[in-house]
Design a protein around this ligand. Structure first.
Ligand SMILES: [Cu+2]
Length: 347
């Protein structure tokens, strides 16, 4: 039905344009070609001026409308750099936009065809050529220079003391893995992935024994502590998008990618800054990865080291779930019986 309407509207639009063209052709014949051409030329020149004014008002209106809808303060060290770069770019392009648009439409209006006026033939001017080559060259060098400088800082190596966390995307969820006490993420092999071992951890690698697996709950990060994310995917290409930290990086099956940043504000601080009591840091999938793509929205909690440690202390390595008999804290079957027997005896 929708397709039918679209085709009908297009056909109607074509018909109307065709009829108007035909009608103006007849009018031209009746009134005389030359006169009509001059009149149309005048109208066109005037419309260009109208376009300029309406366009500029539109630009201002859009800015007013969307002002409060941008993300606000960045919540990471890299975010500050990204925002600064963005504002410098916007400031430069803003000036260029205004100057060029006004010149373009105003000149078209002012120098429209007039009786007795002949276009001035002005083929070349070295000084002008130099000016409009050198100024954009300097502006672009500044922009690209900033970009490269920040790019190297952001994509450079993470600090040695950075905490590590693995982020794995699949249709349609995020899974996380912390390296545990040893600070090393154990080896994985995709053929080992099953219901009991969702990341395919190799249990013979001892580095895996203390790794903490998290799914279906927010990712926890420590404020003012650099975090290095090791990204991966199980099926298609996903993308870890962290809008509040101004970070994003593809999560690719088979090829680990990394990114690092330092969260600078806790979730609680962010609630005060934004004035929103329900504020949450989001992790989004920034790659159209399938029909359930939207449902990959996850949450991140940024907290103090103490809060993080308290949360982490409740977590049990996946290894101990896979091999309950290796768990020193798990109640042994016979010991439980013994305790029960003792309790009965004491009564
Ligand atoms: Cu995705």
């Amino acid at each position: 039905m929708q397709t039918f309407f679209i085709i009908a509207i297009l056909a109607l639009g074509f018909l109307i344009t065709f009829q108007i063209a035909k009608a103006s052709e007849y009018v031209a014949v009746i009134r005389g070609e030359e006169k009509t051409r001059k009149q149309t030329n005048k109208i066109n020149a005037f419309m260009l001026l109208v376009f300029l004014i309406v366009g500029l008002i539109g630009v201002y209106y859009c800015n007013e409308q969307l002002k409060g809808k941008i993300l606000g303060e960045p919540a990471s060290d890299h975010g500050v750099l990204i925002d600064r770069m963005l504002y410098i770019t916007i400031a430069i392009t803003f000036v260029v936009f205004f100057l060029t648009q006004i010149a373009l439409f105003w000149f078209s209006f002012k120098y429209q065809e007039k009786e007795g006026r002949k276009a001035y033939f002005y083929p070349h001017n070295n000084r002008l050529e130099l000016i409009w080559t050198v100024i954009p060259a300097i502006a672009l060098t500044v922009l690209v220079g900033f970009g490269i400088f920040y790019w190297f800082r952001i994509t450079g190596d993470a600090p040695k003391d950075a905490m590590k966390v693995e982020v794995i995307g699949s249709q349609f969820k995020w899974e996380y893995r912390y390296p545990g006490q040893d600070g090393i993420l154990g080896k994985k092999y995709y053929k080992k992935i099953d219901g009991e071992n969702p990341l395919g951890q190799l249990w013979e690698d001892a580095a895996n024994h203390d790794d903490i697996y998290i799914v279906g709950e927010p990712l926890h990060l420590v404020v003012n502590k650099p975090v290095k994310m090791i990204l991966g995917a199980k099926d298609v290409i996903h993308d870890v998008g962290l809008p509040h930290f101004r970070m994003k990086m593809d999560a690719v099956p088979g090829t680990p990618t990394t990114m690092w940043f330092t969260p600078t504000k806790t979730s609680e601080e962010m609630k005060k800054i934004t004035g929103k009591s329900d504020f949450v840091y989001e992790i989004a999938c920034d790659q159209m990865c399938g029909a359930g793509h939207w449902s990959m929205r996850g949450e991140i909690i940024v907290e103090t080291q103490e809060e993080f440690d308290a949360w982490m202390a409740q977590k049990k390595p996946k290894y101990l779930t896979a091999f309950p008999d290796k768990d020193p804290n798990a109640p042994k079957a016979d010991t439980t019986k013994q305790i029960a027997a003792n309790a009965v005896g004491n009564n």
